[in-house]
Design a protein around this ligand. Sequence first.
Ligand SMILES: [Fe+2]
Ligand SMILES: [Fe+2]
Length: 288
Amino acid sequence: MTPKVDSQAVRQAIEVLPLLSPSVTQLLQTLARDGYEIDDVVQIIKYDAALTARVLRTVNSPVFGLLNPVTSLERAISYLGERVIISIVLADQCGDMFTRPLPGYDAQQSALWRHDLFCAFASREMAGHARLACEPGLAFTAGLLHDIGKFVFSPFWAAASGEALERIEQGQVTDYLQAEQLLAGLDHAEVGFAMARHWQFPEALQAAIRYHHAPGLAPEQFRMLSYAVHLGDMLAMMAGADTGSDGMQYQLDGDYAQYFDVSSQDLAVIMLDAEEHFKKAEASLAVE
Ligand SMILES: [Fe+2]
Ligand SMILES: [Fe+2]
């Protein structure tokens, strides 16, 4: 069967992606390090006037209801926390990319951004229940970035997505990822991984993006993180923060119980907690 998608063209589209600004790359690298300090984050943002303004605008937004306006960057960052900061930075630098509609995934404007943000909070909650050490801040960032491949893949995938749904409905493939592989010769996790390498993301983030649908295949040192994002992704889908058609046939890796100390009731509570944090962040980031 001839693939419906020109995978070579997808790879070329990744190669020509503009590089991220140095502040984004530095921030991702800093937050992926164990034991970073808030001051490291301040040092990166303070040289970027637009970002500084955005952070101050966010902390002073009515959502937080602060009596006295915060004018110092350091206080703003301590108050908001690195999670909200990284969300602001990514929304700021890749805003257009995050909010564009995704024709191949039947997703509305901003849908993927909401899915990613929900997944970020849910992955962080999951990291808190991990049997082995899993840094919650890193799980948050990995959750936020797990589906970046869709941004590049979506316009190419649009030509095949209708057929993918038919094949899923007819039971010819077990899940959406398999449909992508079958019809395009590559999937959004692979595309995301290539983007993460192009942008020189830290290795842990590269691995979580690559293996978020198959965490059992991740190298051992990144497996816990990949499982946290896998579960976070599923919770985002269950909570309705999905990205259109690919919420169908989500294959949960049943081995997750080896990695997390959670019952199904715990998962329901984690989903509600994530939802609460998500709603607040969504309002403060003014995602439409
Ligand atoms: Fe995905
Ligand atoms: Fe996802």
